[in-house]
Design a binder for this molecule. Structure first.
Ligand code: SF4
Length: 280
């Protein structure tokens, strides 16, 4: 691998996912990147973080993958949009890293979460890392926008104990927010429901962008009908990723947008609860 990409650093751990990391595999040959993605022998990771209490149940190790097929206007990690911004990490190295934490994760009722970026852009690596985690008795979760869910076979889905599924907007406004249609995400959600796979819905609450009842209402109804949604997490928008947009020379459209008030957050949670869902 050394001839094709630089070796991964000694520590994969970032101080936080908000650390800006770019061009970590900029010199990698295209054929190496393609082969890695096709086989999952190597993953491209923005970073690993440990001790997360907000990315699934218990305390989690989180592998942040690089590469995303969406362009959400509120994305707080646009440095994860490009695969080669991630460092090339052989699967065995990632498994070895996880092994260090496995006892602690079990004691703290936690596990591994693979987030991003969009982990299903690197679906083979994601599934193989989840399978390795399960083989060592570690709970597995992925955080995904669901658009590429049909890349996963039913056997692949069995390696994932929990899906943290982003439902970000509704109807035409979904494309305006993310650049993509919502259809494939909803299809994936229905398939997870049919297979009774546990799901936590993640919804980012942005005043003036996603707080409208014409968005929250249909998402709540859809999620409630699925029958496998264990909770909805209403995540308040924040400006912590703004500096990344500026540093990367990207056009950020939410400069003037404030974080939602506690009252708006609570009212949105109530709208989900009214549909029969648990919401926080
Ligand atoms: S799906 Fe996630 S990583 Fe991709 S652009 Fe949207 S918020 Fe960012």
């Amino acid at each position: 691998m050394s001839a094709e990409a630089s070796s991964p650093p000694e520590s994969l751990e970032a101080k936080s996912p908000f650390e800006l990391r770019v061009n970590q595999s900029a010199g990698a040959e295209e054929s190496f990147v393609k082969r890695s993605i096709d086989t999952g022998d190597v993953g491209f990771l923005h970073s690993f973080t440990t001790g997360s209490a907000v990315d699934g149940p218990g305390i989690r190790v989180v592998a942040w993958t690089a590469g995303c097929n969406w362009r959400c206007r509120y994305c707080h990690n646009p440095d994860t949009w490009t695969v080669t911004n991630g460092v090339a990490v052989p699967l065995e190295r990632a498994v070895e890293e996880l092994r260090k934490y496995r006892r602690g994760l079990n004691v703290m009722s936690g596990g591994l979460t693979i987030s991003g970026g969009e982990p299903l852009l690197q679906d083979r690596f994601t599934v193989r890392l989840c399978a390795a985690a399960k083989a060592m008795g570690v709970h597995t979760a992925i955080e995904t926008n669901g658009y590429l869910g049909d890349r996963l076979s039913d056997a692949d889905l069995d390696q994932i104990d929990l899906v943290l599924l982003g439902l970000k907007s509704w109807g035409d406004r979904h494309r305006d927010l993310t650049g993509k249609d919502i259809g494939p995400t909803l299809d994936f959600a229905r398939r997870l429901a049919a297979r009774k796979r546990p799901v936590w819905v993640r919804f980012v609450l942005v005043p003036g962008l996603t707080d409208d009842q014409v968005i929250v209402g249909p998402i709540a109804e859809f999620a409630a009908r699925l029958g496998n949604v264990q909770r909805v997490e209403v995540l308040p928008f924040h400006q912590m990723g703004r500096y990344k947009w500026e540093k990367l020379g990207l056009d950020y459209t939410l400069e003037g947008t404030k974080a939602p008030s506690n009252e708006l957050h609570e009212a949105t949670c109530q709208a989900f609860r009214a549909a029969g869902l648990e919401a926080y």
